[in-house]
Design a binder for this molecule. Sequence first.
Ligand SMILES: [Zn+2]
Ligand SMILES: [Zn+2]
Length: 167
Amino acid sequence: MPYAVRKPCPWKHGPRPCSRLIDSHEKYCAEHRKADDKLRPNSTDRGYGHKWRKLRLRILDRDGSICQHCVKETPSIYTPASHVDHRIPTQGPDDPNHWDESNLQSLCAKHHMEKTATQDGGFGNPKQAPQPLSKPVANRIYTSADFLRERAEMNRKAKAEEETEAK
Ligand SMILES: [Zn+2]
Ligand SMILES: [Zn+2]
């Protein structure tokens, strides 16, 4: 077995540069991965604050709260969407694609997990090796009554959120 390719940890924010050898797929050594996490801005700064939540609801509404992948695979299947996903991953809130509605789609939990498991984590998160899902995510299929109920519930929550934020 050949040795895995190793490279020095590129951390430069400390008093001394770090050069511990790490696997080539890693971003930093274990210690500096933690330090890097702390430096990373919180979710609001990363573009997932209020503005995002409003946009997210608009996209879910546009897509009828239905997973766009499921419906493409089987047009008669409605699966509730739980995530709004960037079709093309963006560099964060400064990237115009981040707010571009045509770059956003509603996905069910299963499709969202499949997608994130095979692509870049975005926002400078290291690219993850494709991982098999540990557990298959069960998709619940909507009946039209479920669907209407779920929509009503979502609208109620969105309204409540707007009201609290308006205060
Ligand atoms: Zn390091
Ligand atoms: Zn789906």
